[in-house]
Design a protein around this ligand. Structure first.
Ligand code: CA2
Length: 147
């Protein structure tokens, strides 16, 4: 089972600034956690990060026929990008949204997620653990254990 994990703009800055919102751990730590959890869950995870909307759209399109599931934290593009929403809908790969912070408790503009409209569910405010929950859900969903 192949899962593509997509991270959007500025997530590569994790641990560098705003530790009160996103914690002190770095993007390298996040990647290593995701790969470790993927091994434990018995899935293969590829991780992609970009600060560019079009690059994220390209990566989603390239996933067609290759990946079984997508975990996406589109970061700020979650709240603005109809292009990412359309790409997720076009490939019809089961997708789950993740946000490290609790977007429901921040500025009102973070409550709307276009990417989330193409996702089966969202994990928000769980820190890095949200990625593990998303991969676990997808593994069970794809193997028919979760409806
Ligand atoms: O909570 C999340 O995971 C977000 O997707 C993170 C985005 C934000 O725009 C979303 O509303 C919620 C921002 C990622 C930026 O990460 C930074 C990391 C370190 C320093 C500054 C920003």
């Amino acid at each position: 089972m192949r899962i593509l994990v997509i991270n959007g703009p500025n997530l590569n800055m994790l641990g560098v600034r705003e530790p009160d919102v996103y914690g002190r751990r770095t993007y390298a730590d996040l990647k290593s956690d995701i790969l470790c959890w993927a091994r434990e869950l018995g899935v293969t995870a590829d991780i992609f990060q970009s600060n560019h909307e079009g690059a994220i759209v390209d990566r989603i399109q390239e996933a067609y026929g290759v990946f079984d599931g997508i975990v996406i934290n589109a970061a700020a593009y979650s709240h603005t990008s109809v292009a990412i929403l359309d790409a997720l809908r076009a490939v019809r790969i089961p997708a789950v949204e993740v946000h490290i912070s609790d977007v429901t408790k921040r500025e009102p503009f973070r409550r709307l997620s276009y990417a989330g409209m193409a996702c089966l569910r969202a994990y928000s405010g769980l820190g890095f653990e949200g990625y593990r929950q998303a991969m676990l859900f997808l593994r069970d969903y794809l193997s028919g254990k979760e409806g």
